[in-house]
Design a protein around this ligand. Sequence first.
Ligand SMILES: [Zn+2]
Length: 91
Amino acid sequence: MSIDFFGAAAGGPPGPPTCSAKGCTAAAVWVLVWNNPKLHTPDRRKTWLACAEHREHLSQFLGVRGFLREVVALADWTEPPAPDERPTEGS
Ligand SMILES: [Zn+2]
């Protein structure tokens, strides 16, 4: 349950990452990093993936809500998505 608005589930079938936009199966090329301050602690990071076509759409969706933190090219995205729905614990 990491994708709250579009219903696509993260951790789905293996394979090339695809766009998080509803109904889109295009390969993702962008990582949209976002945080909902009403739900998440400030250091929490959620990610959506976007194809070239949906980058702007998804960015605006997050941006108008004040959720969007950064947009990173998937090729430059090295940090794996943090496990979702799991309380933060120390090591
Ligand atoms: Zn797309």
